[in-house]
Design a protein around this ligand. Structure first.
Ligand code: PLP
Length: 393
């Protein structure tokens, strides 16, 4: 037996374990101090009432022979795929039901889709970005190219004609920077992909945080995208499903290469290796797209967005250069006093007992930046920002 040696090329993922270790040591040494955690990108509000009601109803159905469900369609029940199709339609985007694949979340699909592409492809990834894109391709032994996100380009790298790539990852609104591509910028990416016969893997996990009507929430609002882009979406941040687990991926039927259809390959892959999302979870997801569900989950997103505003305002008041926070739950700021991100982490924990995420964990361009998240109570957010003001005085 031989193991996949590519795994030995992965960098040790010590970001969150190191953060937890440092916070644990600090709390042990300072048992009376209240530590405010603004590091991990997990939601804090409970599920919406409409979702809870749908879950209870579906659980009861499973207890009666007439309504019990066993194995379901791997790509998702039609009731949920129809609800997703209608959600896109409301945003002016037409998607066929058989282009929609329901999953247990965006992370699985983002990782699993690498099955469909040849090992010879060159992959282009922004730096900084959500680390899953890099790691899943390293596991497959692909050649990786990085494009720099920095303060000059607003952390929104654009195509370079001199760089040839086959698979391009874009994340908008971005984790960790909160930066959001405009429609014109995404059009440049779509044109580049069509010209190079490349595919864009577009991660829109944070689309529900976009409130600026001019900014695209789906790459399919750009002409030509259905010929070159796959879109990953998730109910994790939109509706607090990080523990319940449900997402969806759009694989257009119009993406082909050398006579092979990406949509048919993904269907084949999913029906072979995946058993679908639990019925009760899909009923809960369907409820998210109902009129009440949308109202309730948008109120949850609005709560986080108000926290983001409070953080952004504090950055302005303290003269700290920052990105994101308007159409995103993330605020990405330059570490004060020219500190690197791990030194700033220690400094902030030690002086004000607030925890964030060092930018270095998202790529080399994050070395002098820091991520705070809006996923917290109002009270904690306000208190953390009052403490932050004292830090930069
Ligand atoms: N994509 C991005 C950019 C994320 O930040 C996350 C989670 O933090 C995901 C995808 C994964 O989402 P899910 O919970 O649906 O797997």
């Amino acid at each position: 037996m031989k193991l996949n040696e590519n795994y030995s090329q992965l960098k040790e993922s010590y970001l969150f374990s190191e953060v937890a270790r440092k916070v644990g040591a600090f709390q042990a040494a300072n048992p009376d101090k209240k530590v405010i955690r603004m590091g991990i990108g997990d939601v804090t509000l409970p599920l919406a009432q409409t979702v809870i009601t749908a879950l209870h109803k579906a659980v009861d159905e499973m207890g009666t022979a007439a309504t019990f469900r066993g194995y379901g369609p791997e790509q998702g029940y039609d009731f949920l795929r129809t609800a997703i199709k209608d959600y896109y339609k409301q945003a002016g985007v037409e998607i066929d039901i058989d282009e929609i694949f329901v999953s247990d979340g965006a992370k699985s699909d983002i990782g699993n889709i690498t099955d469909l592409f040849s090992k010879d492809n060159t992959v282009l990834v922004p730096d900084p970005v959500y680390p899953v894109y890099v790691d899943t391709n390293i596991m497959n032994g692909r050649n990786m190219l990085y494009m720099d996100g920095n303060a000059q380009n607003g952390f929104l790298p654009m195509p370079n004609k001199n760089v040839r790539a086959d698979i391009i990852y874009l994340c908008s609104p971005n984790n960790p920077t909160g930066a959001c591509y405009t429609k014109a910028q995404l059009k440049e990416w779509v044109d580049y992909a069509l010209e190079n016969k490349a595919v864009i893997l577009f991660d829109s996990a944070y689309e529900s945080f976009v409130s600026d009507k001019e900014l695209p929430r789906s790459i399919y609002s750009v002409e030509g995208a259905k010929k070159c882009a796959v879109e990953f979406c998730s109910l994790s941040k939109t509706a607090g499903f990080t523990g319940l687990r449900c997402g969806y991926t759009i694989v257009p039927k119009t993406i082909e290469s050398e006579g092979l259809s990406l949509n048919k390959m993904w269907l084949r892959r999913q029906t072979t290796k995946f058993n679908g999302v639990p019925y009760i979870v899909q009923r809960a997801a369907e409820a998210v797209f109902s009129e009440d569900g949308i109202k309730e989950t948008r109120a949850m997103v609005a709560h986080y967005k108000q926290n983001a505003q409070i953080i952004a305002k504090t950055m302005e008041e303290t003269g700290t250069r920052y990105f994101g926070g308007i159409n995103s739950p993330y605020i990405w700021f330059e570490c004060p006093y020219n500190m690197d991100s791990w030194s700033f982490f220690d400094f902030m924990l030690d002086k004000i007992a607030v925890v964030g995420t060092p930018g270095a964990g998202f790529g080399k361009n994050g070395n002098n930046f820091f991520r705070l998240t809006a996923f917290n109570s109002r009270e904690n957010t306000v208190e953390a920002m009052e403490r932050f003001k004292s830090l930069t005085k």
